[in-house]
Design a protein around this ligand. Sequence first.
Ligand code: WT7
Length: 694
Amino acid sequence: RCSVSTGPCFWGYRFWTHSQASPHRWMRQALPTAAAVADLFPPPPDLASKAHVTSQDEYERMYRQSIEDPDAFWGDQASSYHWETPWSTPIVDYNFDVRKGPVQITWFPGARTNLCYNAVDRHVLAGDGDKVAFLWEGNDPGVSSAMTYRQVQEQVCRLANWMKSVGVGKGDDVTIYMPMTPELPIAMLACARIGAVHSVVFAGFSAASLSSRMLDSSAKLVVTSSGVRRGPKVLNLKQIVDEAIALCAAKGHDVGTVLVEDHQTALNRSDVPFTPSRDVWWHDALAPQPAECPVLWLDSEEPSFKLYTSGSTGTPKAVQHSIGGYMVGSGATFKYVFDYRPGDVYWCTADCGWITGHSYVTYGPMFNGATQVLFEGVPTYPDAGRMWEIVDKYNVSLFYTAPTAIRALMAKGDEQVKKYSRQSLRLLGTVGEPINPEAWRWYHEVIGDSRCPIVDTYWQTETGAHVLAPLPGATALKPGSATFPFFGVQPVVLDDNGNELEGPATGVLAMKAPWPSIMRTVSGNQQRFEETYFSLFKGYYFSGDGCRRDEDGYMWITGRVDDVINNSGHRIGTAEVESALITHPAVAEAAVVPVPHDIKGQGIYAFVTLMQEHAYPPEEALKKELIATVRSTIGPIATPDNIHWAPGLPKTRSGKIMRRILRKIASLEESQLGDVSTLADPSVVETLLSTRGV
Ligand code: WT7
């Protein structure tokens, strides 16, 4: 039940008090004061009166209908879109219980539609072709451009025609490795138009990571750019693509064609490696192609795209999304959670290399015909006022970013913010990790001048769209809580044995039925899909997150309960970093754990045991080498924040590494080590404690 009392509430901050003895500033400050815990932020009345959902009652009524009568509720939501063939009812069919057979999810059975048509053509046909789709802001101030929906349509059609001309069609995999320029969403939409399955790899991953993703999906086409500018740095993306293609070739996979966007403000053409027999410049490819291209109508359940994400074990997995359900889910969450209205200027700072850039840059906003800012750069370049400069420049009204960015800017002080007006803002959003109440308040008071509601959106690559989030006209906010389920989402709090807990409770977060945009499988690996998400708690989708429901029914995400680190909102598997470290010849064994971090939320902390011939501590240069190894194996986003030399690791007698103990050592919580007597060699703990910080 979702009921909200309007009185003060005296709960909710416990999970931030990670440790009383925490050395980490924001965690310590997050200890509640009497004033802080009483905070409840009701919707601003002027916003509420005009919102899509104007009260908690209305939310509850709609929520109930979404669960009890999905045919009516989702049928109504879906009617905003063009369907070439309508769906049959029931609108959803599924099995979540592995004991009853394979896990399967079907939304809008029998329907045919097209994501690109609904994101682009529909608006042009409705007379909105001259509306701006992208306001592109380059890394360097003063470099910018704008593109209308009609111009997007033309580019998408030319590209789709060219892709067909090189033999790319329905079901083919296309890897996209590009910076945040309009060509990136255009490439995604061109794939969607002809039924090709895009796999966007964040243009910050290493050649090795890129190649393993290209291999896994047997990509026959790669779309890239010459380079990207991020802050003061320039990355030669094409060179990285060439290395990745060579790595693929060494494993017997031939990538036939590479399309290269000439991103001249980043790199000169002459500095870009180019193989004429295989590589094609974007402009040369598109110029001769017709500006019209028929869309291919696809079944609602055919794959739209895959996106690789990290888990607790093994290599990253390809999360596969659908067409109909993904469209309705990303479109509806964009409309309701951001309370989008025509006239808004929306800006999501996420890169299209992550799910946020899929659902809340390319798809959700475009399904709604929104005008949005695309930003190539970073929040602190040339200075920490850049974001607010951009907000003023384009009169941004809806702004969506990550807690790590908020904390980084908060640390730079208020002056850089106050220089800018920010009067255009009416709503702020956050995503990626739990937002600590201090950052929430700063975002609210300093960025939003206490005027804008903050929508804290909890979701995952796997969920496709927001699953827990406030509705800004309806929900009274509590700083740090993602509040209530979005329509159609049925969250439960489970105990370790898989029992559903009622009322206020702490446990893990699971969902008992599918919402439209949930992932459909792990591409090419249904078994891994079922093992990862449906085997631990039978009959439920398991999120991997811990969660607490308070007395008012508000949900508080407490972070991952598996071996996944949330580093600056990026999901890093500890196993991946360990495997990367072990590739270095000096390393015998590595164990990686999360550690609280002021700005990044969680830091990456690596315990490293060296090969016998090495003494402790080794030369400082080895640390640099190991860091370089991780950066080149995975990418700079996985750079360890700490390397702790470990002559021995705490292991059970059967040889299992006790990560629980390592987490405590890393977090300087030696008083909470618990029982170490079962360790094969308890003295290793002493050694590690005495070398912490050395
Ligand atoms: C994990 C998913 C989906 C967008 C970006 C991350 C954490 C995400 C929140 C939030 C608390 C959050 C969870 C989740 N997370 N949003 N609002 N509050 N935690 O996508 O890489 O698939 O990571 O991010 O731990 O499981 P992702």
